[in-house]
Write a protein that binds this ligand. Structure first.
Ligand code: ZN
Ligand code: CA
Length: 401
């Protein structure tokens, strides 16, 4: 059974410092305002890249052995985060699934740090001999994290550890925005981190970290942590749920339950539920907005971090292309704008829910954007693909007549 200690740790932290409650209330007020302000506006494709440092806590094992996991295992976890947060995961819901309407690309990416807090080159992987075989989360927070953390305003800190016997069923825990500086980040059991190396089924697809980074960006559990009383996850496009779902539920799961879940049942495939890794495949649009709110509010300092750049201070690749596609939903004229650059060559295509290409346009001159008449296309979800040698962007739009 999946076990996440994020709420337990939050309650412990509040016990020590009740001012966290007020800070989190302020953040929630900002978050709800952000969601309302951005819910129906044009889709702004501004990809945010978060610099990551992975602290591997081991006990002197050779690299690749036990808790001293290999670089390849670390890379596999970063891959999973980049797939899951960009809706590039191969096991994403099929477009025929009733919950597909809610699946979202959060437009958040992750890179292993290329420079540390002091401007020195790094591979973003720190190997730390902790001098003991396993760890109690209280000691991790009191001793390990404060001693090893990189500036949380500039990096997402991930730790991998072996927990002690009393916490043998614990997979991970994160800190919400608003909690203490010295313990900020995500802790994950070393054998539930990534998809290769020393991972153990059924936690072997890296979804523990996707779930925990969701918390770190202010997402709540899908059941609202008030089981069995139908808690609120502060998001309107997830189905209400009475309690966590474990293992391998089948669709529809728990339909028309007393919480007000619809005929399609609970959204057990959401990353913020507790199913096995293989079941967890989606964030919703409002969850993505909550995470974007965190990155435009309490975690906004990460936007100016240069942790992903080589220490020369010059970005080696300018992969960020800012694209607006609007309005969304669209009735007849779809606008595309490139806000930080001109585009001289690109292919634009629109694909319907059956996977058929229903519109194509070639950009062959240097322009800042273009307009497309989509009034002949049928209503419903479509994908807009924009590609050239530098980029390959896919956005979901709705045509609504
Ligand atoms: Zn959790
Ligand atoms: Ca349930």
């Amino acid at each position: 059974k999946r076990k996440c200690a994020t709420m337990d740790m939050l309650n412990k932290h509040i016990g020590k410092d009740p001012s966290i409650i007020q800070k989190m209330e302020q953040i929630e007020k900002f978050t709800q305002e952000y969601i309302i302000a951005n819910r129906n506006t044009k889709y702004m494709a501004t990809v945010i890249t978060i610099p990551v440092v992975v602290h591997i806590i081991h006990n002197g094992e050779a690299i690749g052995t036990g808790a001293n996991i290999s670089d390849a295992q670390v890379f596999s976890q970063i891959d999973v985060l980049n797939e899951d947060f960009r809706l590039l995961n191969a096991d994403s819901l099929d477009s025929s699934h009733p919950f597909w309407y809610a699946t979202a690309d959060s437009e958040i990416e992750f890179c292993l740090a290329e420079q540390d807090e002091f401007g020195n080159p790094t591979d973003g992987i720190e190997r730390i001999d902790g001098g003991q075989a396993d760890w109690d989360p209280a000691d991790i927070d009191d001793i390990l994290k404060p001693a090893t953390i990189w500036d949380r305003d500039l990096y997402l800190n991930l730790w991998t550890v072996q927990y002690d016997a009393a916490n043998s069923s614990l997979l991970g825990y994160a800190q919400f925005p608003g909690e203490a500086d010295s313990t900020d980040g995500v802790v994950c059991r070393y054998d539930a981190f990534g998809y290769t190396g020393n991972v153990t089924p059924p936690n072997d697809l890296g979804r523990t970290e996707t779930h925990e980074v969701g918390h770190w960006l202010n997402l709540r559990h899908i059941w609202g942590d008030n089981q069995p009383n139908c808690g609120d996850d502060l998001v309107s496009d997830t189905e209400p749920a009475d309690e966590p779902n474990y293992g391998n539920p089948t669709f529809p799961h728990d339909p028309n339950n007393p919480c007000g879940t619809g005929a399609d049942g609970e959204m057990y495939m959401n990353y913020m539920d507790y199913g096995d890794d293989v079941e967890l495949v989606m964030f919703t649009y409002e969850q993505a907005l909550r995470m974007r709110a965190a990155l435009n509010g309490p975690r906004a300092s990460l936007l100016s971090s240069i942790g992903c750049q080589t220490p020369s201070g010059i970005s080696e690749k300018n992969k960020e292309v800012f694209i607006s596609i609007f309005p969304n939903p669209v009735i007849d004229k779809l606008q595309i704008e490139f806000s930080n650059t001109n585009i001289s060559m690109a292919d634009i295509s629109i694909i319907n829910h059956l996977g058929q290409t229903v519109f194509q346009k070639k950009i062959t001159q240097n322009i800042k954007g273009c307009s497309m008449d989509v009034s002949n296309l049928s209503s419903g979800f479509h994908l807009v693909k924009i590609s050239n040698s530098q980029m390959n962007i896919t956005k979901k739009i709705v045509i609504n007549k």
